[in-house]
Design a protein. Structure first.
Length: 233
């Protein structure tokens, strides 16, 4: 049996400044929907310096895994809840055709919307209900009734979104790998519209789309899915 852990945290950060290539590709789809993506670099010592906790965590499982290779044992993959929601089409209606991302981070007091929070909770609950994961459904439904969620509640909801991506892998559904194993990647469910956007972004930035945006299915005999969210950067 193989165990996949989906981490809401960059797992490969080699650049000393600026953005990773994967962030340079993905940020356009995020900003199109009124979202923002924080850059990752080793200049952020506490998060990505040599002594950052994430490296110790990854070392326990052989480092960040390659999504395109068959897996055995426990393997850790990077995901990004915001991009997963875009892939799944969980946007809210807006004047822009692409819609807008839900404003569900309670630390952003000026932008947070309880309706947006309930929107994400409702869709996440439905996804787990369809899979018969009653314990997760109960937690999300309880969170949806909380009219004053805190950051730890959002971290819990993001952890559920990470688990949903893990389930897509375990179910051998088509997923997207954006980026590469040298400079960093993000794994999310496959979304046709998102893939089209990312391909166009690659061409715009002088990259070959097939080298930076790949459709794949997980290869292994049996998978146990886990989630792990560590909060926003």
């Amino acid at each position: 049996m193989a165990t996949v852990v989906l981490l809401d945290q960059p797992t490969i950060v080699k650049n000393a400044a600026g953005q990773r290539p994967v962030e340079h590709i993905v940020c356009s789809s995020v900003s199109l929907r009124y979202g923002g993506m924080q850059p990752s670099s080793t200049a952020k010592e506490k998060m990505f310096g040599k002594a950052a906790p994430v490296w110790l965590f990854l070392s326990r499982f052989g480092g960040p895994a390659d999504p395109l290779k068959p897996i055995t044992g426990t393997r850790v993959f990077e995901t990004y809840p915001v991009l997963a929601m875009i892939a799944l089409g969980w946007m809210l209606k807006d004047s822009r055709v692409a819609g807008r991302l839900p404003k569900y981070n309670p630390t952003g007091r000026k932008t947070f919307s309880i309706l947006d929070w309930q929107h994400v909770c409702g869709l996440a609950s439905g996804a787990f209900r369809d899979r018969g994961v009653s314990d997760i459904v109960e937690w999300i439904d309880c969170a949806a009734r909380n009219i004053s969620p805190r950051k730890r509640d959002q971290d819990g909801l993001d952890a559920c979104l990470c688990l949903l991506v893990a389930l897509y892998l375990a179910e051998r559904r088509e997923c997207l790998m954006v980026g590469d194993c040298q400079t960093g990647y993000i794994v999310v469910p496959h979304g046709a519209n998102l893939r089209t956007e990312l391909d166009a972004r690659c061409k715009q930035t002088g990259r070959v789309p097939s080298e930076w945006v790949r459709v794949f299915k997980m290869h292994t005999s049996r998978i146990m899915a886990q989630n792990h969210a560590v909060g926003t950067q």
